[in-house]
Design a protein around this ligand. Structure first.
Ligand code: NAP
Length: 306
């Protein structure tokens, strides 16, 4: 066990905050975890299940004397939190976050970071559709990527320390610019969520099949979209509001490709369909080869009685 930080402050104690708490405790990465969340219910629960060593009435109180501060709330809340905690931060402290977009986070947080504080945005590419303090688990980050987007001129030692911290949480670390992050994640994460929300909503509008058949026959594929579409609405609202340009760019490309598929179906172009489906299958194989999903049939759910 290596002690990376004396005192870590977690602002937000949901899926990601509670998973970080769990892994930090398991690996002995800090002596003290200070926590803050918006509601009394979450704060009480965090104490009850041992996520924090101390819980605080304000975010500013939580970050006092912390040498690592991690923002783990929805991206839309970061600006106000940064403004509040700025004056309470210790010189030399590292402030990071786990938000799913990066350009907007730099825009909203940087102006409130005092001189001598290292702000290094981050994003663990790991998650589930669950939320809240009970949903976290220590293994969430194992063998997953964490992307850091240090602003130009960041202290290399602070970046290296944060990188080592994420590695101790089980992650591989990549460093890139916020703009590149937002473009890549627009296609790998944001667009898939938008498509899932849309297909589930389209099905819900089909009154005559909704009540029984959509659920009864969901194993045909629909069910896999509903898992993604069960993700936290606040978090995803904030993602789309804060990664507008990249998502609209990817949506444009997606719509063009969808029109091409529509055309292939209309004109009976089996070769076009076959070649596109074959290419997609290779991508799935690549994900499995990279250890980012299981090769077991049906995502390893196993046979179920029907
Ligand atoms: P979550 O389970 O819904 O938890 C969010 C936490 O933030 C809750 O403790 C909530 O407190 C708190 N919170 C909300 N508004 C706040 C505010 N204004 N001030 C302080 N705390 C506030 O969400 P999550 O899934 O952990 O997501 C947290 C962050 O991680 C988001 O920025 C998201 O983009 C990013 N992320 C999520 C995933 C994923 O798969 N879920 C993956 C990677 C990154 P209450 O419970 O009291 O409301």
């Amino acid at each position: 066990m290596t002690l990376y930080f004396e005192r870590v402050a977690l602002i937000g104690l949901g899926l990601i905050g509670s998973s970080l708490s769990r892994v930090m405790q398991r690996e002995g990465l800090t002596k003290h975890i200070a926590g803050y969340a918006r509601s009394a219910a979450t704060c009480d629960r965090a104490v009850e299940i041992g996520l924090v060593d101390s819980i605080h009435g304000t975010a500013a109180d939580a970050v006092r004397n912390a040498d690592l501060v991690i923002l783990c709330s929805p991206v839309g809340s970061y600006g106000a939190i940064a403004k509040e905690i700025g004056p309470a931060l210790n010189p030399g402290a590292i402030v990071t976050d786990v938000g799913s977009v990066k350009g907007a986070v730099v825009r909203d947080v940087c102006p409130f970071m005092p001189d001598g504080v290292h702000f290094i945005p981050g994003h663990p590419i790991a998650g589930t559709e669950q939320s809240g303090p009970d949903s976290g688990f220590a293994e969430l980050f194992a063998n997953r990527w964490c992307i850091l987007t240090p602003p130009p001129g960041s202290d290399p030692q602070a970046v290296a320390k944060l990188e080592a911290f994420w590695q101790a949480c089980g992650s591989h670390v990549d460093v890139m610019t916020p703009e590149h992050h937002d473009l890549v994640l627009a296609i790998t994460s944001h667009l898939p969520h938008l498509i899932a929300y849309n297909i589930v909503s389209t099905a819900a509008d089909l009154e005559e099949v909704t009540n029984s058949e959509v659920i009864k026959y969901s194993a045909g594929g629909f069910r896999d979209f509903t898992r993604i579409a069960a993700s936290d609405p606040t978090m995803w609202r904030d993602v789309f509001l804060n990664n507008k340009d990249a998502v609209l760019e990817m949506l444009g490309r997606f719509s063009e490709d969808l029109s091409a598929l529509q055309r292939a179906i209309r004109w009976g172009d089996g070769d076009a369909l076959f070649s596109l489906f074959s290419r997609s299958r290779e991508i799935r194989r690549g994900i499995i080869a990279a250890g980012q999903d299981t090769a077991s049939p049906d995502f390893g759910r196993g046979a179920r009685k029907t």
